[in-house]
Design a protein around this ligand. Structure first.
Ligand code: IFM
Length: 449
């Protein structure tokens, strides 16, 4: 170890993350029902190259090999999601034992490999029959989520100590129901706000269900995508626009979860697009949690745009910005800012970086994927996480996104985030240079400064 290295705490969790629809494939195997992402990805024009998650990384069949690769990377934790339609193919009713057995085998195999499971209960694959009854626009979906979580926690709880209810409710609500880029593809701001509220209610119902099954020492919480919001210039108009963007992406969820209220300025801005909030809703949403998962990719640089309804904001990319293959600005210090801010303003307790990574144009050349830019990305972000640790922010682990190249939603297979390259024609896996670098980090618990 060089003297210029930083050493992470002894009990630090080094992990990698995935999500069911992005890697499992086998969409008709094991009694799985259809999800909104099956419907959406099979709708012409929605996904780059017409890709679907039908096969993805075929992880449903290849999970033992993938766990062997996790061991090679020296992972202590693996964050994955459970596909609701594998457990309840029609969204409710009788659970599908084949689906439960799949996750039981996966969890057992992880324990055998010495890897701790971190389970997300909803990473966007809503059962299609629930969508047919209104999806996240229907509050009943939150109750169905509570039943699903109760079933999963009772069936799998003996092997799981770390639970997350919902992954990135902002994305599920607004990309799914406002911009139409994600399933179910709606374009209605009022519906998106209602979906966001019902997703938060589902989180509350999920927490209640988990609490009834959890044992001492287990932990549960939610995962949010958070991004610092900065003005494009120092005009008042841009400063206010940045504050609105912060309200839209960050404060809307953080205030609701940790203060039990929606932020006043945003409620006023949304006006009659606001969903009805029933008595008791905010208490349910703000039930205490044990851990907050933070997904961080970039910051928002924001300009005032009077034409952009309803927020009057526009995201801009600074001319000097370094960007990933998806055009996202690489801004490592934003990760420190987000961790520090969440801790200072909301004190959610234990924090985990549950996703962080970059899509890059990886090339397989004579059996090797040389991706120094991803290594740099991870390296620079880890130094910012370390800054947060040094500043006494209670962050306890880091999960790289993603373990494997996978189905990147509307981008299909055109955007690669993996530490491990996947040749989708043959399903061959090749550990990238960044994956080899990460395995040194996980083993030594040290990052060069
Ligand atoms: O691939 C997604 C993941 O499913 C949720 N967080 C962001 C990632 C990259 O877009």
């Amino acid at each position: 170890m060089s003297s210029a290295s930083v050493v992470f705490p002894d009990d630090w969790v080094w992990g990698a993350a995935t999500a069911a629809y992005q890697i499992e494939g086998a969409v008709r195997a094991g009694g799985r029902g259809q999800s909104i992402w099956d419907t959406f990805s099979h709708t012409p024009g929605k996904i780059v190259n017409g890709d679907t998650g039908d096969i993805a990384c075929d992880h449903f069949h290849r999970y033992p090999d993938d766990i062997a690769l996790m061991r090679e990377l020296g992972l202590g934790g693996y964050r994955f999601s459970i596909a609701w339609p594998r457990i309840f193919p029609t969204g409710s009713g009788r659970p599908n034992t084949e689906g439960i057995d799949f996750y039981r085998r996966l969890i057992d195999e992880l324990h055998t490999a010495g890897i701790t499971p971190y389970v997300t209960l909803y990473h966007w694959d809503l059962p299609q029959p629930l969508q047919d009854r209104g999806g996240w626009g229907n509050r009943d979906t939150a109750h169905r989520f509570g039943e699903y979580v109760q079933t999963v926690a009772a069936a799998l709880g003996a092997g799981v100590q770390h639970w997350f209810t919902i992954n990135e409710p902002w994305v599920a609500a607004f990309l799914g129901h406002w911009t139409g880029d994600h399933a179910p593809g709606a374009r209605d701001f009022r519906l998106a706000l209602l979906a966001a509220h019902n997703l938060l209610l589902a989180h509350g119902e999920g927490m209640a269900a988990l609490r009834s099954e959890m044992r001492p020492g287990d932990e549960a919480g939610i995962v949010l995508n958070l991004a610092p919001s900065e003005p494009a210039d120092d005009s008042n108009a841009d400063l206010e626009a940045a504050h609105r963007m912060d309200g839209f992406v960050n404060r809307w969820f953080l205030d609701a979860l940790y203060r039990g209220v929606y932020p006043d300025d945003m409620v006023r801005l949304y006006g009659d697009a606001m969903p009805e909030i029933a008595a008791g809703d905010m208490d349910l949403i703000s039930r205490p949690t044990d851990v907050l998962g933070v997904n961080y990719y970039s910051r928002s640089v924001v300009a005032y745009d009077p034409a952009a309804m309803p927020l009057h904001t526009r995201r801009v990319t600074p001319p000097s910005a370094r960007v990933t293959a998806m055009g996202w600005e690489i801004f490592p210090s934003g990760l420190y800012d987000v961790l520090q801010r969440v801790h200072d303003d909301y004190a959610p307790g234990r924090l985990l970086v549950t996703e962080n990574g970059a899509a890059l144009n990886d090339v397989l050349d004579e059996g090797v994927v040389d991706d120094p830019a991803r290594e740099d990305f991870l390296h620079e972000h880890l130094l910012q996480v370390y800054r947060a640790v040094q500043a006494s922010v209670p962050v306890a682990g880091y999960f790289a996104w993603s373990l494997l190249d996978n189905f990147e939603w509307a981008w299909g297979y055109s955007a690669r985030f993996g530490l491990i390259f996947v040749d989708f024609a043959t399903q061959e896996r090749i550990v990238k240079r960044s994956g080899r670098w990460y395995s040194e980090v996980t083993r030594e618990n040290v990052v060069g400064a």
